[in-house]
Design a protein around this ligand. Structure first.
Ligand code: IMP
Ligand code: MG
Length: 184
């Protein structure tokens, strides 16, 4: 790995690995939704951006994109309890096939809130794809249809994942050096 960011302890997933696993997720979507009349990918901002951008390059089924911003996390290392919808959907999702696109599922609290909110709007179907699944940190049970990597309970950054809103731009995902936290 050339030019490893000095705030990263170790690379967990290279850019190439991320692209490959994202292609697999896209293939799953291409197959499962091949007969879908109306498919909407709902990205949860801002962590979904690099993952969603890569994902749509490989999706062959017609779809629309929509986004929500949820504040569940203040950029710190500890989880904020209050989960709020900061920016809502633009589309009416009732009767449509919906795939939520998320960077990482940790406790599951964010997604459980988003799922409840969306279920009330009666979509035809509702599934989640996530690049990373921090399964061991789960507090609320969540069914993830397709995930890229199962990750241990470590704090990761890059490819959309932030530390205090920074480091989302790294092309890989790595373990963040906790000693660097106060400097950001
Ligand atoms: P949950 O509600 O606990 O599942 O939290 C999910 C959100 O927390 C994700 O969408 C991320 O924004 C953030 N998050 C959880 N773990 C990490 C991490 O290791 N690095 C960066 N962000 C994380
Ligand atoms: Mg997120």
């Amino acid at each position: 790995m050339t030019n490893l960011d000095p705030r990263i302890e170790k690379v967990l997933y290279s850019h190439e690995q991320i692209v490959n696993v994202t292609k697999e997720i896209a293939e799953w979507i291409n197959d499962k939704y091949k007969n879908s009349k109306e498919l909407i990918l709902v990205g949860l901002l801002k962590g979904c951006i690099p993952f969603m951008a890569e994902l749509i390059k490989h999706i062959k089924v017609d779809h629309k994109m929509d986004f929500m911003t949820i504040s569940s996390y203040e950029g710190g290392l500890a989880q904020k309890k209050n989960i709020k919808i900061v920016m809502d959907l633009n589309n009416d999702i009732s009767g449509k096939d919906i795939i939520i696109v998320e960077d990482i599922v940790d406790s599951g609290k964010t997604l459980s809130k988003v799922l409840n909110y969306m279920k009330n709007m009666n979509p035809k179907s509702l599934e989640i794809v996530a690049l990373l699944d921090k399964k061991c940190a789960r507090k609320v049970e969540i069914n993830i249809a397709k995930s890229g990597f199962i990750v241990d309970d470590v704090f990761v950054a890059g490819f959309g994942l932030d530390v205090k809103e920074k480091l989302r731009n790294l092309p890989y995902i790595g373990i963040f050096k906790k000693s660097e936290f106060d400097k950001l």
